[in-house]
Design a protein around this ligand. Structure first.
Ligand code: SF4
Ligand code: SF4
Length: 55
C-alpha cells in the first residue's frame, strides 16, 4: 500500500499536510508525499476536499 496524490486533482489547500503527523506530506505548489515516512493511517484521504489522495 502506498499513498498517491493525483496532481491533476490537487488544489494545493494543505489540509493533508496539516493532518499528517508523520511528516509524510508537504505542500509545494501541490501536495508531495514522502512514502518512506508514511505509516498508512489514511487520515489524509479523509481530509482531502478534492479526493486527490488514494492508496
Ligand atoms: S496515510 Fe497518514 S501517514 Fe501517510 S501521508 Fe496520509 S496522513 Fe500521513
Ligand atoms: S488535501 Fe488534497 S487538494 Fe489539498 S493539498 Fe492535499 S492532496 Fe491537494
Amino acid at each position: 500500500m502506498s499513498i498517491t496524490i493525483n496532481q491533476d486533482l490537487c488544489v494545493g489547500c494543505g489540509c493533508c499536510s496539516d493532518v499528517c503527523s508523520s511528516g509524510a506530506l508537504e505542500l509545494a505548489e501541490k501536495a508531495v508525499v514522502y512514502e518512506e515516512h508514511c505509516r498508512e493511517c489514511t487520515a489524509c484521504i479523509d481530509m482531502c476536499p478534492a479526493v486527490a489522495i488514494s492508496v
